[in-house]
Design a binder for this molecule. Structure first.
Ligand code: DAH
Length: 337
């Protein structure tokens, strides 16, 4: 009896100090394992006096059941505790501020490009596109740009081979579109162009929008009317516009379109170099040679064409003085649009 009580007390002591499932397993082995204390006691049964056997057996068995029950109870306690600790460790504090991802926004060049496209779209212009890797023929030859023209210099043009290059302007789309269609034509051709040049007003890649209108009886006054309306919509209604005589091999006559300087309103400043005017685009009446190259009869058809740099227009609209800022990906700059 004393022995059984001692065993029970040591067991209870062991159980109280158990902290993990591993500790419990050791206790299980110590008491009810093959070589455990209780097992040893049961093995002694045959040596117990006959009349004491039932009482002894009962006592040891009861202790065994008690020990097993206590171990099971403690085991579920420990499991609960471990689960609660795990849940606590994995808890998410929903009151903490979230991780903020700055949403992107439309690049200023895309904003202005869309504005240009929408403006001409509202005047009934369709959209045409052409390849950026272009044949010398479409980029120069068919546009009446002779072999020795300075624009063909290796310094300005990225040549891929003798007759393949990166287009230096969107004008080849004029030729490609006329080649595959019959007049009347009225479209713009937006896209990327490439020139071997880099400074505050030049990047090796930039964007242009070309325009072409061809029909019978298209006159210079059509050109003036369309481009004046365009400039007024893009900049400011009633901003003074002037058409200044110029030269392009693919138009005759040719003109450059200027607007009154946005900064000094024509008085003359550093930006307009004292002239009071800012150049926005080039234009002209399609040269008869260009029509001949695509098989249009220059006696029957006439047309006007124009071309503009989107970076330049964006710089004028937002008073940006360095073209390179468009392509530096500086968030502080891009956020302003
Ligand atoms: N292609 C010219 C350039 O890159 C721009 C241009 C001027 C296009 C006059 C035209 C035009 O169609 O008529 O500078």
């Amino acid at each position: 009896m004393v022995d059984i009580n001692d065993i029970k007390n040591t067991f209870l002591h062991d159980l109280t100090s158990a902290r993990t499932a591993g500790d419990l397993q050791n206790i299980r082995i110590k008491y009810t394992g093959k070589k455990g204390i209780i097992t040893a006691k049961l093995k002694l049964l045959p040596t117990v006096r006959q009349e004491e056997k039932p009482a002894y057996g009962k006592l040891v068995n009861e202790l065994k059941v008690f020990i097993q029950g206590e171990i099971d109870r403690k085991e579920s306690q420990i499991k609960n505790l471990e689960r609660n600790q795990k849940i606590a460790a994995e808890a998410i504090d929903i009151t903490l501020p979230g991780k903020y991802t700055q949403p992107g926004r439309t690049h200023p060049i895309s904003v202005v490009l869309k504005e240009v496209i929408d403006t001409f779209g509202s005047m009934g212009f369709a959209i045409e596109v052409g390849p950026e890797v272009e044949l010398d023929y479409y980029n120069f030859e068919a546009l009446n740009i002779p072999k020795n023209h300075p624009a063909r210099d290796m310094q300005d043009t990225f040549y891929i081979s003798d007759d393949v290059l990166l287009r230096t302007h969107t004008s080849p789309v004029q030729v490609r579109t006329m080649e595959r269609s019959k007049p009347p034509l009225k479209f713009i051709a937006p896209g990327k162009v490439y020139r071997c040049d880099a400074d505050v007003s030049h990047t090796p890649m930039f964007h242009q929008v070309e325009g072409l209108v061809v029909d019978t009886d298209i006159s210079f006054s059509d050109l003036k009317g369309v481009l004046e309306l365009f400039v007024h919509r893009m900049f400011k209604k009633d901003i003074p516009v002037r058409f200044r005589p110029s030269f392009f091999p693919f138009t005759e006559p040719s003109a450059e379109v200027d607007i009154s300087c946005i900064l000094c309103s024509g008085a003359g400043c550093r930006v307009c170099k004292g002239s009071g005017w800012l150049e926005v685009l080039g234009a002209g009446m399609v040269h008869p040679r260009v029509f001949e190259m695509v098989g249009y009869d220059p006696e029957l058809y006439s047309g006007f064409a124009f071309g503009m740099g989107i970076e330049r227009i964006t710089m004028l609209k937002y008073s940006i003085n360095d073209i390179r800022t468009f392509y530096e990906n500086d968030i502080r700059f891009l956020r302003q649009f």
